[in-house]
Design a protein around this ligand. Structure first.
Ligand code: ATP
Length: 235
């Protein structure tokens, strides 16, 4: 389980995350909702070690994450799929996937992971030699997720996977999220638009100004008029 306790963190001296507590139980999908600028990305970056934590704590299965190098956090099984995907556009699909596994020393394990990623995303196998920049938006998101899966994560941090995708394409991504969850991993998924994500997650948190404004089961949040008003857009 991932636990954030009264977390304060940000990009600068001003905290973008203010006293936030949150749980992602083992084998669960949790939605992190909130408007543009609410602090969703800042939460993800604090968990994965990219932003400094000023106060409070982050633990994963009881192990303290704050203060660790991002690579060590990845090795503990917590893997970040950043907003905007951060692919290496001039490199091939295969090279991007191999980079995802650079921390995995066991070659046979890397090959097994690659086969699993190709089985989940056959299009990545078909395009293995193509430069990542020439993939469609949906394929690029699949590649970003595939790259994260190369280390066999136990918790995937997905930051705004819908960005730039047509609704149908995003549906396909959410289906893969459910598959990843069914295979035993947990997922924390940040999205501005709540409707579809709340159909996929079991639990959700709504952020405002870096703190939790509302939380509850996905069903409770989906039927909460305050959520409907602000966050149930078309997707
Ligand atoms: P979005 O949907 O746009 O990603 P978000 O909910 O993820 O929004 P954050 O990007 O975490 O929100 O932003 C939280 C706060 O931190 C905002 O006030 C934002 O202006 C600020 N912020 C974001 N990126 C930076 C940065 N690189 N340097 C300084 N401040 C930043």
């Amino acid at each position: 389980m991932l636990a954030l306790e009264k977390l304060y963190s940000g990009y600068t001296a001003v905290d973008a995350v203010r006293g936030l507590s949150l749980r992602v139980p083992a084998r669960s999908i949790v939605a992190l909702l909130g408007a543009n600028g609410a602090g969703k990305t800042a939460v993800m970056r604090a968990i994965s070690g990219l932003n400094r934590i000023r106060a409070g704590g982050v633990t994963f299965d009881g192990i303290t994450l704050q203060g660790r190098h991002p690579a060590r956090i990845t090795e503990l099984g917590v893997v970040h799929v950043p907003q905007g995907r951060a692919l290496f556009g001039a490199m091939s699909v295969l090279e991007n996937l191999e980079l995802g596994a650079y921390l995995v020393r066991d070659r046979a394990a890397r090959e097994r992971s690659l086969e699993q990623v190709f089985a989940m995303f056959p299009v990545l196998k078909e395009r293995a030699w193509q430069a990542a920049a020439y993939l469609s938006g949906g394929e690029q998101q699949m590649l970003a997720i595939g790259r994260a899966l190369m280390t066999q994560p136990r918790l995937l941090l997905l930051d705004e996977p819908s960005l730039g995708l047509a609704p149908k394409v995003f549906d396909g991504i959410l289906e893969k999220v459910r598959e990843i969850h069914a295979a035993g991993a947990s997922v924390l998924i940040a999205e501005q638009s709540a409707r579809k994500v709340l159909r996929t997650a079991q639990h959700g948190y709504v952020l405002e100004n870096g703190s939790v404004a509302l939380q509850g089961s996905a069903a409770e949040l989906a039927s909460d008029p305050r959520v409907a008003e602000a966050y149930l857009g078309s997707t």
